[in-house]
Design a binder for this molecule. Structure first.
Ligand code: Q9C
Ligand code: ZN
Length: 351
């Protein structure tokens, strides 16, 4: 399988995230991707290259998934932050005020003139620092996703969009969970436009793929499934419950499989079988896998107990769907092991 890696990823390097009233060092660090690249050099799965997609193609692919008002904000957010106060050039931008959109009469239809308010309008947590290089890095990730979808359109069986920041928590008009542009959704939409009538997204990150779910919630042409820590106790808390099944034309085309914190490989694999059966029943002709490795027992912010030796079989199970597949790199914060775990899974898929 071809891997498209993002040459701009390291430009996005947050210093600290807000966690329970304290600022703590960011978990989502550039070294994560470097470890995956290093492992891919040790155990090649195929060609490794930066994406080559045309700028206007890329802009169009991103705009198919994200709202214009959000994209206009994100593209210049850093400049707006520094314009607010020149000293901000030394600090990451983090939100601290939110509109509780659609609740208690708080409005999200009037764009505030204050940047801090705009940042809150488009964010759902204070753990996702926006930095000088965030937009270029996020755009580079979208390019990887688009290139991976195009590789499938050209007959490849699979492709890996290796980028950070991750994407699956980013929605049509919001960032959060370390995510800014939803790479998996961009790949799924590009596959639709390349002629796949039905595309499935099977999210295996520890955290519910709330952004992807929201993007496709009312659509019947993209089936979204996610296996994750139960939002009753786990981030992102406010979405990812089993009773969210889609709405309108999309009713029945979203599947959430929340599992209790502490779940091990046996329970997790059973959920994977359920999700794969649902993908088969849906009749997808292409698959996107938001690949988070934070299901690993050693992950510092997550609560499942999968082991390094489990991932090859997970890859093989995903391959059993028999579908052309795009993988997008998502979470996984046990930095020393994330490369081994990712490549174990992808090698298992490819065997
Ligand atoms: N300070 C992804 O895995 N914060 N995002 C958890 C730790 C948010 C995870 C608390 C976790 C987001 C792509
Ligand atoms: Zn995650």
């Amino acid at each position: 399988m071809k891997t498209f890696h993002n040459p701009h990823h390291a430009g996005h390097a947050g210093q600290q995230e807000m966690f329970r009233g304290r600022m703590v060092p960011c978990h989502e660090v550039p070294a994560r991707l470097d470890f995956v690249l290093a492992e891919l050099e040790r155990r090649p799965l195929g060609p490794l290259a930066p994406p080559t997609v045309d700028d206007s193609d890329l802009g169009a692919a991103i705009a198919r998934v994200h709202d214009p008002r959000y994209l206009a904000f994100l593209a210049t957010a850093w400049d707006q932050w520094v314009a607010m106060d020149a000293a901000n050039a030394q600090r990451d931008a983090l939100p601290s005020v939110w509109p509780l959109a659609n609740r208690h009469g708080f409005r999200n239809d009037v764009l505030p003139r204050n940047f801090a308010a705009r940042l809150g309008l488009f964010s759902f947590d204070s753990g996702s620092p926006l930095t000088a290089g965030t937009w270029a890095a996020a755009r580079g990730g979208a390019a990887c996703a688009l290139a991976a979808a195009r590789a499938l359109a050209n007959g490849d069986r699979s492709a890996f969009a290796l980028s950070r920041p991750p994407g699956h928590h980013a929605g049509p008009d919001f960032l959060g969970g370390y995510c800014f542009l939803n790479n998996a959704a961009i790949a799924a939409q590009a596959l639709r436009e390349a002629g796949h009538g039905k595309v499935a997204v099977l999210d295996v990150d520890y955290h519910h793929g709330n952004g992807t779910q929201t993007i496709f919630y009312e659509r019947a042409d993209v089936f979204t499934a996610s296996i994750h820590g139960d939002p009753a106790t786990e981030y992102p808390f406010f979405l990812g419950h089993a009773d969210e099944r889609g709405a309108g034309a999309g009713l029945g085309f979203n599947l959430n499989l929340p599992l209790p914190r502490g779940s091990g490989v046996k329970v997790w694999r059973a959920a994977l079988d359920t999700a794969l059966q649902a993908v088969r029943d849906f009749g997808a002709s292409a698959l996107v896998v938001p690949l988070g490795l934070d299901t690993f027992e050693g992950d510092p912010i997550s609560g499942f107990t999968l082991k390094t030796g489990d991932y090859a079989a997970v890859g093989a199970a995903l391959a059993s769907a028999g579908l052309p597949t795009v993988f997008t790199f998502e979470g996984g914060y046990a930095v020393d092991e994330v490369g081994t775990n990712a490549v174990n899974l992808l090698e298992g898929f490819q065997k």
